[in-house]
Design a protein around this ligand. Structure first.
Ligand code: MN
Length: 357
């Protein structure tokens, strides 16, 4: 029998939707999604979060005895928002967003998941037209289909299944995000994730950067039952190719069999887990995290992150050092103060973030 410290914290289960009022949704989507926000408002989303106490203490002890380790405690599980269109190319669930709890999520801001969806062949390229960003990074994970990006800083490219685009808007870019021409003409299945990563105040006005990272560049790690692709950060003697402005580890796991995967991550970091597909449990109580929900681990716990999943489950694991700075997110801009948001709008409107040619 082991002694356990700090294992009595309850796991909050937030089963229902956070309240994205029109202002919040509009501010989050900004120029992109005013229509989606209006639709959401009409649908009347407004459900108070529900919290459930943790199961009995015995469950924790049993799980610990089975594994003979101290798995990192899970702090909360959240349900995603409803599906909505971003432009006409991305039918997403917003899994988390800055207004949910910016300090809990830091340095991560937002995660949209477009689940697998078939698009018919069309000469027209679906997607999102020209729009700006400032103060953070957009990271796009392509799982199926092909996406083409183009920005005013000269960045751009096409990414396909398994590839990742890490776009640092920093001081500002104007860009478009669309299905690739060849994919649009051919049609087919499409799935992607877009993650927003915040920048520290000291980097918000630095030069934009564009990284196109191909599937074959990601080191493969065998983490017990799962194979992981290491996108950013260092783990088990390997380093992912993505350059980040603050310490971040990003892993894309696929379970090859029913079982457990254990990942050692730094204590003090924000650690989030997002199952795209499949049955997942985590933490000492093996708390279920349903597909497309997300779990937050206890930042003060230095135990290993233990994930238990069924064969075929696919899981994104995000870990990063919190920024501990104020977050003011409005539409396509994420800064530290309201004044800086106002300046971002003025700079965009006067063309100082550039134009797409
Ligand atoms: Mn964008």
């Amino acid at each position: 029998m082991q002694l356990f410290v700090n294992r009595t914290r309850s796991v909050a289960q937030v089963d229902d939707l956070y309240v994205p009022d029109v202002d919040t949704a509009t501010s989050r989507r900004g120029l992109l999604g005013a229509l989606a926000a209006a639709g959401a408002a009409m649908a009347g989303w407004a459900v108070a979060p529900r919290f459930f106490g943790r199961p009995q203490q015995e469950a924790s002890m049993q799980a610990a005895e089975q594994t003979n380790t101290s798995p990192r405690a899970l702090q909360a599980v959240f349900a995603p928002g409803p599906e909505h269109w971003v432009g006409d190319g991305f039918f997403v669930k917003t899994v988390f967003w800055p207004q949910l709890d910016a300090q809990m999520l830091s340095p991560f801001l937002l995660l949209d998941h477009a689940a697998r969806r078939r698009f018919d062949a069309s000469p027209y390229r679906r997607g999102v037209g020209e729009h700006p960003h400032r103060g953070f990074e957009t990271v796009t994970f392509a799982y199926q289909g092909e996406i083409e990006h183009r920005d005013s800083a000269g960045g751009g490219g096409r990414i396909g299944a398994g590839d990742v685009q890490w776009m640092t808007a920093a001081s500002g870019v104007v860009h478009e995000e669309k299905h690739a021409q060849a994919f649009a003409e051919r049609g087919g299945d499409f799935e992607m994730v877009q993650l927003w990563v915040n920048l520290p105040a000291s980097k918000k006005m630095s030069e934009p950067r564009y990284q196109s990272l191909l599937d074959r560049e990601f080191p493969r790690l065998q983490l017990d039952a799962a194979e992981a692709r290491l996108i950013a950060g260092s783990l088990a003697g390997q380093t992912g190719p993505a350059k980040t402005h603050t310490p971040i580890t990003t892993l894309d796991l696929c379970f090859r069999e029913d079982g457990t995967s254990e990942v050692e991550l730094p204590a003090g970091w924000t650690t989030l887990v997002f199952p795209l597909e499949g049955d997942l449990t985590a933490g000492p109580d093996r708390t279920p995290i349903a597909a497309r929900h997300f779990g937050v681990f206890d930042r003060d716990d230095d135990g290993a992150v233990q994930l238990h999943a069924s064969k075929g489950a696919r899981v994104l694991l995000l870990a990063g050092k919190p920024l501990d700075e104020p977050v003011v997110a409005y539409g396509p801009f994420v800064m530290n103060t309201r004044e800086e948001i106002g300046q971002a709008f003025r700079d965009y409107q006067s063309g100082r973030m550039g134009r797409l040619l």
